[in-house]
Structures are given as structure tokens and as C-alpha cells.
Ligand binder design. Structure first.
Ligand SMILES: [Zn+2]
Length: 494
């Protein structure tokens, strides 16, 4: 017995020791790839000035609301878009004197800021959007959503974090640069969507067509994306800048079921609404599989050396840890969205009276397609889950956009962009990743190889949750950081 036990122990160590060695080696050999920023001198920082906050507050007062056609509101008006453009013209006189402005349609503009001596370098472009989502129930707002209320350290209003902060930040940076007699070394374009929240066809779509028609090719396009979240990566003890070099796809599906009606006093075992509910629950219980591959794998690989020990061990040994890691990632809705195709049932309807059996039920589903999947794969998955629950439910596809392709992030454009971020946020690791929502950049994919979706501020999860929600607001310091980020972008990459 004793000899057998010793042999077992011996063989156990034969396997365990090399494995431990590999884990330790992988962990120790993963080294940070973060670039050292070219620190700007003090003169290259735009100083704090209350004027910026007052102008920003004014920008938040315009009710530039986009309504999707299904909930088109009688309140919709084009007047705020016209007024907003007039406001920009009054607020940034140097830009309108120096920069070429081309009108596209009634409310879109393409701004082209050129060096005096024409440059052969490919232009770059900055984007943001003018439109905002409706404010929702006004009584949930601490200050009215279009008041532009300035408190001691914050500015409140719809659009403060999506996306007038970037729009005004870009313009403040350019206006300041012109005032300082700074000239770009190549053409810098900027343009602002007017209907980003509902797909962007009228604004960015038409701007992109104009640029394609004029043969404009961009080296880099910068638009809204992830902010740096404080708290999500708590184990890191500092925020991470995830630059969206790609974007998830979209699949909008409509589920419908018809059923015989009748009096509610003699119901079948399940009504149309009950049957539809069962299908929705089945879909939530059977998500698309999570995958740690491609760009997501690269994200974890680059993140590993920036993490504290237990997480560093996990991420630098993906072959061994991926099963456990997927379990951890799936517990956070935020992290889950990076690595998996997500599904959200956002609208449901059916029935018209309390005592009448519904003859019809429908559900609208919004899915965001991760890079490892295609819309067709996801559609087939949804269809088979639904059919297995209830063959009477139909699944109609309303919109499909495939996940974006992207260029390998190990290149100079990404390196220089990382340096710009780190010149404002020196301790923040910059990591390439997939942006989980959609932006206006989708219209420009033919014009450039490099699209970076990034919002240059740090947010807590709570403040991030005010986007498309009540009490949207931005700290004054964050707004200054945005202005300075775009200013550095002009100096270092323009
Ligand atoms: Zn936005």
C-alpha cells in the first residue's frame, strides 16, 4: 500500500511540476507593450477656463432629438438642428473663418482644415454626433434635461456623455489651435452626424457618399467609443482604454405568433402571450457561445501584463484558463458583451383587453453580433431555439449588419494613437478591442483602413449608466480632458 501511494505521488508531481513551470513561465514572460507617451509641455495643455463650460452648457440646451420612425413623436422638430448649426457658427468664429465648410443637405457639414502648403499625407478625420435620444420621463431628472445646468463640478443634460461632449471638445480644440497659430501638417476633416441614434443614413451616410465621390481616402477616422471605466476592471485598480478597432454587427428580429381568440374565462393552457414569453426565456437561456479568439484574444493578451497577479496568471495562460475565464467574464454584463453575441428583447406586444384572449403576440429582439459569429449563424440559432419551443412562432429578420473587419492593431497608427491617449492619461493601458455598440463609422468603412472608436474620458459604471438614461452629466474635469485629448491628437497626429 505504502509503495503504491508513493508511486502515485511521484507520478502526480511528474505532471504537476512541468505544468506549474509553464504557468509561471507564461506569466513572467508576458511584458507590457504600452508605449511611453511623448509628454506634452505645460504650454501644450489647454488651461481650465469656465468659458468652455458655459459654451458646452449652451450646446446641451438644443433639443436635437432623433426619433426612430416607429416612435416618431409629434414633438419632433428640425428647428433645433438649424439653430444648433447657427450656434456653432457664432461660437467658433476662427473655425468658420479658417476652415472650409461644405454643406451636405440641410444640417450636415464637412469641415476641412488644411495646411497652407498642400500635404501629400493622407488626411485624418474626427467625428461626433449632434443628435441625442429622447430624455424619457422628465420627473426622473434632477435638473431638466435641456437646461444645461452647471453645478460646482458638473454640467448636466441630454447629450453630455453622448455625444455633444466630443463634438464640442473637437471644436474647442481646433478653435484654440487656430488661435495659437498652430497649423495642421495634413488635411484634418471633422463632421457631425445628425441622426446617429437612428442609423445615420441622412447625416453620416450622405457625408460618406460625398467623400467617396470626391475620392477622399483617410488614414484614420476617430469617433465615439468606449470611455475608460473605473470600477469594471477593479482588479486592475485603474481604468483601461479599450479602443474599438472593430464594431459588433447587428441583427434585429421580429417574433410573431397568431392564436385563436375567445373569452378569457375559458383559456387554453397557454395564451399567445404565454407562448411568446416561453420562447423569449428559452432564447435567454440559450445564448450564443462565448469565444476567446481573434481580436478578443489579442485584447486579453495585451491586458495580461497590466493586471494584478491572480488575473495576470489567468490571462497569460489562456489555453489552460479559458474555461474558467469564460465563466468569470459571463458574470459581468459589460464583459460578457465583449466576448459573446448578445440578445435583448426590447419590445413586446399582444392583447387588447383584460377579458379577451390575445389573437396575436409579437416581440422585437435586438442582437449584437460578436466577431466570431455571422448574422446568418445567429439567425439559424434563434430560429432553431424558437422552433423547438413553439413551431407556430415565426422569426423575421428586419436588419442585419455583419461585424466589422479590421486591420492588425500592431502598426504605427495604433501606436501613435495610444501615445496621444497616454499623454493625457499616462497610467492608462491602451488596448485594441471590439466596440459593442454601433456608430456612424459604419458609413465610412470604404474610405479608411483605420477606424478608432474611443471616448477620451474616465467614467464610473454609475455615470456610464446615465447614457441614454436619466441624469446624464459630465464632470468639468472630464470635459477639459476631452478638449485636451483632441488638441493632442491635432498636435501629435495632425
Ligand atoms: Zn453616440
Amino acid at each position: 500500500m505504502h509503495r503504491k501511494y508513493l508511486l502515485l505521488r511521484f507520478f502526480k508531481w511528474i505532471f504537476v511540476l512541468p505544468l506549474l513551470g509553464i504557468i509561471i513561465y507564461n506569466t513572467l514572460s508576458c511584458k507590457s507593450t504600452q508605449p511611453i507617451p511623448d509628454h506634452p509641455s505645460r504650454d501644450e495643455r489647454i488651461p481650465w477656463n469656465e468659458e468652455y463650460f458655459i459654451r458646452f452648457s449652451k450646446a446641451l440646451k438644443f433639443k436635437t432629438i432623433s426619433y426612430s420612425s416607429s416612435d416618431l413623436s409629434p414633438e419632433y422638430s428640425e428647428v433645433p438642428f438649424k439653430d444648433f448649426n447657427n450656434f456653432l457658427e457664432e461660437s467658433f468664429p476662427l473655425i468658420y473663418k479658417t476652415v472650409d465648410v461644405v454643406k451636405i443637405g440641410d444640417y450636415s457639414r464637412i469641415y476641412k482644415w488644411s495646411p497652407k502648403k498642400p500635404s501629400s499625407r493622407k488626411p485624418i478625420m474626427f467625428m461626433a454626433h449632434i443628435d441625442v435620444v429622447p430624455p424619457g420621463d422628465l420627473k426622473h431628472w434632477k435638473y431638466p434635461p435641456f437646461s444645461g445646468k452647471i453645478t460646482n463640478d458638473e454640467i448636466w443634460g441630454r447629450g453630455a456623455l453622448d455625444d455633444k461632449h466630443c463634438l464640442m471638445g473637437i471644436l474647442e480644440a481646433v478653435e484654440y489651435a487656430i488661435k495659437q497659430k498652430i497649423e495642421p501638417t495634413r488635411d484634418i476633416y471633422f463632421t457631425f452626424g445628425i441622426d446617429e441614434e437612428i442609423g445615420g443614413d441622412m447625416g453620416a451616410g450622405r457625408v460618406a457618399k460625398y467623400m467617396a465621390k470626391h475620392g477622399i481616402n483617410l488614414e484614420l477616422l476617430v469617433d465615439e467609443g468606449f470611455a475608460m471605466i473605473n470600477g469594471t476592471h477593479a482588479y486592475l485598480n485603474r481604468p483601461v482604454a479599450v479602443v474599438g478597432i472593430s464594431e459588433k454587427g447587428i441583427l434585429n428580429l421580429d417574433l410573431e405568433i397568431k392564436a385563436p381568440g375567445g373569452h378569457a374565462s375559458i383559456p387554453p393552457p397557454s395564451t399567445a402571450i404565454g407562448r411568446m414569453s416561453r420562447a423569449i426565456v428559452a432564447l435567454e437561456d440559450n445564448p450564443m457561445p462565448m469565444s476567446i479568439s481573434g481580436l478578443n484574444k489579442e485584447l486579453l493578451r495585451k491586458l495580461a501584463p497590466e493586471l494584478s497577479w491572480p488575473y495576470r496568471v489567468l490571462l497569460s495562460n489562456l489555453k489552460l484558463s479559458s474555461y474558467f475565464l469564460k465563466y468569470i467574464l459571463s458574470k459581468s454584463p459589460f464583459l460578457n458583451a465583449f466576448f459573446r453575441t448578445t440578445l435583448a428583447t426590447t419590445l413586446i406586444s399582444g392583447g387588447n383587453a383584460r377579458n379577451v384572449l390575445p389573437t396575436y403576440a409579437s416581440a422585437r429582439i435586438n442582437m449584437r453580433i460578436a466577431p466570431q459569429d455571422t448574422t446568418e449563424m445567429v439567425y439559424q440559432h434563434v430560429n432553431s431555439v424558437v422552433q423547438s419551443v413553439d413551431p407556430d412562432i415565426t422569426v423575421q429578420c428586419q436588419k442585419r449588419v455583419e461585424p466589422n473587419s479590421f486591420k492588425d492593431p500592431n502598426n504605427n497608427v495604433f501606436l501613435n494613437f495610444s501615445k496621444v491617449i497616454r499623454s493625457i492619461y499616462p497610467d492608462v493601458p491602451v488596448i485594441p478591442g471590439v466596440f459593442v455598440a454601433t456608430t456612424d463609422t459604419n458609413h465610412f468603412l470604404e474610405l479608411t483602413d483605420y477606424v478608432y472608436r474611443f471616448t477620451p474620458i474616465t467614467l464610473t459604471l454609475d455615470s456610464m449608466n446615465t447614457i441614454h438614461n436619466f441624469n446624464e452629466r459630465i464632470p468639468k474635469q472630464s470635459y477639459m480632458n476631452i478638449i485636451n485629448f483632441y488638441f493632442q491628437l491635432i498636435i501629435q497626429m495632425g
